[in-house]
Design a protein around this ligand. Structure first.
Ligand code: G3P
Length: 223
């Protein structure tokens, strides 16, 4: 993971249905190239391979299930993500929570497969707990701010500061990323000033009328 990073979580918003996920990824790739900023995307799982094959920026799966390949139905084992060429996986997002045992199993197995793990947590103490699993990065996102346009860096700077402090205490080599309600340039700037090394953004970009303009605005704050 090249830091500082802007990670665009497309979720499953109707705006990225079908081929639109690749369109958004291509815009992100072009901005990353123009500005020389590290940008990654997490498309809907059904578009994962299409996006991986269509762009050169890093692509993450939005989640995985704690199962081995085999007689399962409707699950997403890590091995199937790895095979698409995705560089990693977001785990334990507030909208797709995992039991701690399962999270530990997934992080360890992903490491063995050479997949990066971006593990989400809702608060500083949980962030410290998941840092002990040694993921590639921890992303702190207060769930009540997700999708609200009220940026974590403005509304809850204390959460960011405390998370950075606690995660550093567990393992100083694990970067902290943040997200929830990030809307504009100043929100990103502030998040970085507070000690994070990247941001995770969904609605402000996916729902923007002009994807290029919004991605450029947020990416510029990382320069
Ligand atoms: O994964 C990022 C996400 O949960 C933040 O969502 O819409 O507040 O940027 P949003």
């Amino acid at each position: 993971m090249k830091l500082p990073i802007l990670i665009i979580n497309m979720k499953v918003y109707p705006e990225v249905l079908g081929k639109k996920a690749l369109e958004l990824a291509k815009v992100a790739e072009s901005v990353a190239r123009d500005l020389g900023v590290s940008i990654a995307v997490a498309p809907p799982i059904t578009e994962l391979r299409t996006v991986v094959e269509g762009v050169e920026i890093p692509v993450y799966a939005q989640g995985a299930d704690p199962v081995e390949p085999g007689a399962r139905t409707g699950h997403i084992p890590l091995e199937f993500i790895k095979e698409t060429g995705a560089v990693g996986v977001i785990l334990n997002h507030s909208e797709n929570r995992l039991l701690l045992n399962d999270l530990g199993w997934l992080v360890g197995r992903a490491r063995g497969l050479g997949l990066e793990t971006l593990v989400c947590a809702p608060d500083p103490f949980t962030s410290a707990a998941v840092a002990a699993l040694e993921p590639t990065a921890v992303a702190v996102e207060p769930p009540e701010l997700i999708g609200t346009g009220k940026a974590v860096s403005r509304e809850r700077p204390d959460v960011i500061v405390r998370t950075v402090e606690l995660v550093r205490g567990v393992n100083p080599s694990i970067p902290v990323i943040t997200g929830a309600g990030i809307e504009g340039f100043d929100d990103v700037k502030k998040a970085i000033e507070l000690g994070t090394q990247g941001i995770l953004v969904a609605s402000a970009i996916v729902k923007a009328r002009d994807w290029r303009q919004k991605i450029t605005e947020l990416a510029n704050a990382l320069r």
